[in-house]
Design a binder for this molecule. Structure first.
Ligand SMILES: Cc1cc2nc3c(=O)[nH]c(=O)nc-3n(C[C@H](O)[C@H](O)[C@H](O)COP(=O)(O)OP(=O)(O)OC[C@H]3O[C@@H](n4cnc5c(N)ncnc54)[C@H](O)[C@@H]3O)c2cc1C
Length: 385
């Protein structure tokens, strides 16, 4: 534990999810003395779809060069090579890719990433250490936890959707127009359509919200339902009820779940979306991943943007640490770098969500074009395989 007054860190990272581990590994490599603090003991559960995008896999390969060989040997994950999109009328279209992506429970993935970060001997991990307050002073920061006060030059907030730091310093509150919520549960015994395939069901009743089925390992499926942000979804939509209603009312799903068993319970969590640009830094602090609201508004992926922003934060600190100023002005460079990398895709998918919410037939038509029911399927096929 920090020796209250004496122990001082170059960098304090709040939260040891993908953003925190990415930041800690990169700083550790550069020789920085890092405190990585998390309220949980790992492995810990994180409500998620458990799907790594292609970019997340690439980022993991770049940031943690020794990670992939052990992950490929790891049994409790699934390899993914296709996505299936099912329209409101039941047509389906497949998208296939050659280089595999992977799904893996977040309890496993985040522990493996954290273990990589902790191979850097100058990164100290403080588990079961809950941050309750943050004070930004002229010369340093002070982070109050249940296990003492941590002091350092700068704090990187990687503490997720309910970030204490974003709330206390940045005064961020939930903006319902840029915030989704979702539920997910694990199932066994779901009937498979294609091996290694993630599936998205667009349903008549709850458009533009959608339902997903992702394989996570040889036996388990991650099944979920996402409610889109306020301007697009019914305000009073009960996502827990909607989740079961979709299974019951969609004939194909009803048949696929006939012999399925739910493992554990249906759990929900919020998704702070990157559909609006906002300040993500200030004097002696940087926000990363969900704490910076960087989740893709259309598809809900945020592991990739967490890894990316964690790495950018680390490189920003490495570049600016010599005079230990980390002023608001210096730190706006971090905002610029993050948005230069992520904004284009976030903006594109925000527009896609808007178009699809106003004209839901847009997705139906897209799925039909690439479905085998389209008489011209052979023309479109070459674009998707
Ligand atoms: C239902 C759902 C499905 C999703 N599906 C996908 C998907 O399939 N693919 C994808 O890429 N993304 C998905 N996401 C988004 C993804 O989960 C997040 O974007 C990602 O976890 C962000 O990583 P992070 O490191 O920023 O935060 P987190 O992973 O949330 O990590 C934050 C860490 O901070 C710790 N912490 C929080 N508060 C404190 C505190 N006060 N003191 C100390 N520690 C604290 C937590 O214990 C946690 O370990 C989904 C999200 C939801 C809700």
């Amino acid at each position: 534990m920090p020796n209250n007054q004496e122990d001082y860190f170059d960098v304090i990272i709040a939260g040891a999810g993908p953003s925190g581990s990415s930041c800690a590994y990169t700083l550790g490599q550069a020789g920085f003395k890092v405190a990585l603090i998390d309220k949980a003991e790992f492995p810990r559960v994180k409500v998620c779809g458990d799907a790594l995008t292609y970019r997340a896999v690439q980022l993991i390969e770049e940031i943690f060069p020794n990670f992939m060989p052990q992950f490929l040997d790891f049994e409790n994950r699934s390899k993914v090579n296709s996505a299936r999109f099912i329209s409101r009328s039941g047509n389906d279209a497949f998208l296939r890719w050659n280089k595999s992506t992977y799904n893996c429970t977040r309890a496993d993935l985040d522990t493996l990433l954290l273990n990589e970060a902790l191979k850097q001997t100058n990164v100290s991990f403080f588990k079961e250490t809950r941050i309750s307050d943050v004070e930004i002073l002229d010369t340093h920061v002070e982070i109050t936890t249940n296990k003492g006060v941590f002091k350092g030059n700068i704090v990187v907030a990687c503490d997720g959707a309910q970030s204490v730091i974003a709330r206390k310093i940045q005064k961020n509150s939930i903006d319902r127009n840029h915030h989704s919520s979702a539920v997910r549960a694990y199932f066994q015994g779901v009937k498979e359509v294609e091996k290694g395939c993630i599936e998205f069901y667009f349903t008549k009743k709850f458009i533009p919200s959608y339902f997903w089925i992702f394989p996570v390992n040889k036996t388990d499926w991650n099944v979920g339902f996402i409610k889109m942000p306020s301007p697009f979804s019914k305000k009073n939509l009960n996502i827990r009820e909607a989740f079961f209603e979709v299974i019951e009312d969609t004939p194909e799903l009803k048949a696929r779940f006939k012999d399925a068993t739910m493992i554990g319970k249906l759990e929900g969590f919020g998704l702070p979306l990157g559909s609006k640009k906002q300040p993500i830094s200030g004097h002696r602090f940087l926000l990363c991943g969900d704490a910076a609201s960087l989740i893709d508004p259309m598809w809900g992926n945020g592991i990739d943007n967490g890894l990316e922003s964690g790495r950018i934060a680390a490189n920003h600190i490495i570049q600016h640490h010599s005079d230990n100023k980390f002023t608001k002005e210096t730190n706006t460079n971090y905002d610029k770098l993050v948005y230069a990398k992520l904004r284009k895709e976030l903006r594109f998918n925000t527009r896609l969500l808007r178009i699809y919410s106003i004209f839901p037939w847009f997705i139906d038509a897209g799925i039909f074009l690439f479905s085998k029911k389209n008489p011209l399927f052979f023309v479109f096929k070459k674009f998707i395989s």
